[in-house]
Structures are given as structure tokens and as C-alpha cells.
Design a protein. Structure first.
Length: 408
């Protein structure tokens, strides 16, 4: 790296804040909520941040030229780079500007029946999925959070690596039909428990318990849901408990990317459909599993692309606007080379599920392939914030730099 390039690079939050003329709290809020282009280098113990002066200047200029509804609250050169402290509260949390980002760590399981451990994984996934649909809360992907399953790291180190302020962790004790769940919401900056609560109920009350946990977090963060968010919040992916278990196991199997695992995922999803009937999420999941054969290069005599299209049609018939339906449509368009349609479908999916890592990753990929590097940058920055530890995610900033001719 040349001397000039080093001078163009700001190597800490303090340096970035000085350059923008604002506090560290404010610039970190801008990064979380407004796409301030801050990059991270992941180290063994923690992450370091840096930013390029030119990118910050471009970002400020884009805010100055942005939609009118942003003019009073968003930073621009005319207002000195940002609002005064406290003018725009982060994620609806009063004057606590750093409460907009949370990671749900994998819930642990204990009990006499190890086969019941799927409940803790399911709770983790459902809570993350619910938070991902909230415009005023950024949640870390399950994949990145899963890196800390059983970890002995302290909350501050985990939060630093994931770029969040709050951690939600819990344990599930199951003895067949009865569940006892201990949950803790941690303010990682202060290394303090916001609250610690116990929930209990029968297995068939698991969806109600999941909603109660999620709402307790929302209340603690003083988040106010939009009417559409309120209407959808707490609705489980699948209403039937036995079907829900099969969907979770199918997703886990599909991630192994082996022929036998993908075959098993299809069996489980078909069993789930027998229990639920029409369900857009299961239809879309089946379509994604079929595309996984192609993505993994697994030979098959079936026309899986055509079969995936049939599942897309079923998903559209059940719920055309569901994010999972849109994401399947995006993957199908990508698989057939229709990148314009893929971008359109993924944009629509992210309107309702803004932190979905698969949608963000594929959208970034499609934007880069179509030469839309300027538009790809905030998508990649958002992806890095949501899913910072997945290897492919961490490659995306490098792909973007290469597309822009920055090879150092």
C-alpha cells in the first residue's frame, strides 16, 4: 500500500469520528442504521475497523442528494456531516444510540432426551427470523452467531466480533413434554444483564413462549413496531409442532451439501407438508433444496431446475409476497441467468426481511456481476454487519475492490 493510500485510510472509530466531526457513538450509529462505509478486519480475539476518506465523502454526498424525507435527520455536508446528538434516536430506543444491533446466541439444551435438542435450535432460529423482519433492529445471522455455541468468550469479546451491542442467550431444559427456558439479555458494552427471565410451558406452547421471549426483548429495547410488523410478529414459520421439527431438520440436512443429506431434506419436507398442507415457507424451502443439488454440482437424472420452478409456483400461490417465496424466485432467476429479475425479487424480499443473509449475499453477487458496484457497496456493508463470520461473506469486500480496480 502506498503512502498516499495509507493517508486516505482512517484506522479507528476515533479517527473516523474526527474526520466527520461527530462523536464515536454517532458514527457507529450511522454505520449500523444508515450504511456509513466502515470496514472490518477480523482477528482472533477481536475486530478492527477502518474507513476510506473518499468513501466517506461519497457517502456524505449521497445523503445530501438523497430523498427529501432524509434531509432533516440524515448527515449531509450542509449540516456538518450529521445531526446533533440525540436528534435521531437509534432504532426507537430513546437516547440509547447503540441498542440497534443484537445477536441471538445458540440456546443450549439439557435434559434426559438428547433427541429433543432441536427445540433449542428452533427457538434460536425463530427468534432471529422474527427480529430480521423489524426495520428498527439489526440482528446477526444464525450462521455467524452459531460460531459461539458453547463458547467461553466473555460477552464483550463476542459482541465486538459480531459488531453488536446486545446479546441474547438462553438455555432450554426439556423432560419430554415440559420445557423450562432461562433467557438473559445482556448489554455487552456495560457487561451487565438487562434482564434475566424464566419461561415454562408444555411443548405445544413453544410458539407462544418464543413470542413472549421476543416481545420481552423488544420491550427492553423500547422498539415500536410498525402496524405491518406488529401484525406479522410472532407468527411461526410453521404452525404444526411436528412439521416445524421436520422443517428445522431439513434445513440442517440441506446445509451438509451431500446427496444423501439433500435426499433426506426432501423426505422431511414432504412429511412436513403432509402435516400442514399448503405452506409457502415449506414450498420455498423445497425449491431451495432442489437448487442445492445444482449449486453443489451433484449429478442427477431429474430435471431439478424445472421441479424447483414448480415449487416456486406453489409458493407464489400460497403467499406471493413472502420473503422466502421472493428469495426462491431470485435464486431461480440467478440460476437461469436472468440477473435483472433476480435483483428485483431480492430487493422485494429485503423490504420485508432486511437482514436475511442469503438474500443479501445473492443480491450483492448479482449486482457485482451486472457491474453495479456503487449499489453493491451498501449491500455488502450490510451483509458484513449481519453475517460477519461466514467465509464467503468476508470475501465480498475483496470482490468489490477487484471490480473497482483496487488491488492493494
Amino acid at each position: 500500500m502506498s503512502h498516499a493510500q495509507r493517508n486516505e485510510r482512517l484506522e479507528s472509530w476515533k479517527a473516523i469520528a474526527r474526520y466527520l466531526g461527530r462523536s464515536v457513538r454517532t458514527v457507529r450509529r450511522w454505520e449500523q442504521q444508515q450504511g456509513l462505509p466502515v470496514h472490518r478486519l477480523m482477528h482472533r480475539a477481536q475486530a478492527s475497523v477502518f474507513a476510506f476518506r473518499q468513501e466517506l465523502d461519497d457517502w456524505l454526498e449521497s445523503r445530501a442528494q438523497g430523498p427529501a424525507e432524509h434531509s432533516s435527520d440524515y448527515p449531509s455536508p450542509e449540516n456538518g456531516g450529521g445531526t446533533s446528538e440525540g436528534t435521531r434516536c437509534a432504532k426507537g430506543t430513546g437516547d440509547k444510540e447503540e441498542t440497534a444491533a443484537i445477536a441471538v446466541l445458540p440456546f443450549s439444551f439439557a435434559g434426559p432426551e438428547p433427541a429433543q435438542a432441536w427445540v433449542s435450535d428452533g427457538l434460536t432460529e425463530e427468534i432471529i427470523g422474527g427480529f430480521s423482519r423489524l426495520a428498527k433492529l439489526r440482528v446477526t445471522s444464525r450462521t455467524s452467531s452459531a460460531a459461539f455455541k458453547g463458547s467461553e468468550r466473555d460477552s464483550g469479546a463476542i459482541a465486538s466480533l459480531l459488531g453488536v451491542t446486545y446479546l441474547l442467550e438462553g438455555s432450554v431444559v426439556g423432560d419430554g413434554r415440559r420445557l423450562r427456558i432461562n433467557v438473559r439479555l445482556i448489554d455487552a458494552q456495560r457487561d451487565a444483564h438487562v434482564w434475566s427471565r424464566k419461561f415454562a410451558g408444555d411443548m405445544d406452547q413453544i410458539f407462544d413462549i418464543q413470542e413472549r421471549i421476543a416481545r420481552a426483548v423488544i420491550d427492553a429495547l423500547h422498539l415500536h413496531l410498525a402496524p405491518a410488523e406488529e401484525a406479522a410478529f410472532g407468527q411461526p414459520t410453521v404452525n404444526d409442532l411436528a412439521a416445524w421439527r421436520r422443517v428445522l431438520l431439513a434445513r440442517e440436512a440441506a446445509l451438509r451439501w451431500r446427496p444423501d443429506s439433500l435426499d433426506q431434506a426432501r423426505i422431511l419436507l414432504n412429511e412436513a407438508l403432509e402435516l400442514t398442507g399448503e405452506n409457502a415457507v415449506i414450498y420455498a424451502t423445497m425449491g431451495r433444496v432442489l437448487l442445492n443439488y445444482q449449486e453443489a454440482g451433484i449429478p442427477t437424472e431429474e430435471d431439478l431446475l424445472e421441479e424447483a420452478r414448480s415449487w416456486e409456483e406453489r409458493a407464489r400461490g400460497a403467499d406471493p409476497g413472502h420473503p422466502e417465496t421472493r428469495i426462491l424466485s431470485g435464486w431461480l432467476a440467478h440460476a437461469t441467468g436472468d440477473l435483472g429479475r433476480a435483483i428485483e425479487e431480492l430487493d422485494k424480499a429485503l423490504e420485508h426481511d432486511r437482514d436475511h443473509p442469503d438474500a443479501l449475499l445473492l443480491l450483492a453477487h448479482c449486482l457485482l456481476r451486472t457491474g453495479q458496484t456503487k449499489r453493491a457497496r451498501p449491500v455488502i456493508d450490510h451483509l458484513m454487519a449481519v453475517d460477519p463470520l461466514t467465509p464467503l461473506t468476508r470475501c465480498m469486500p475483496g470482490f468489490l475492490d477487484a471490480m473497482e480496480g483496487r488491488f492493494e
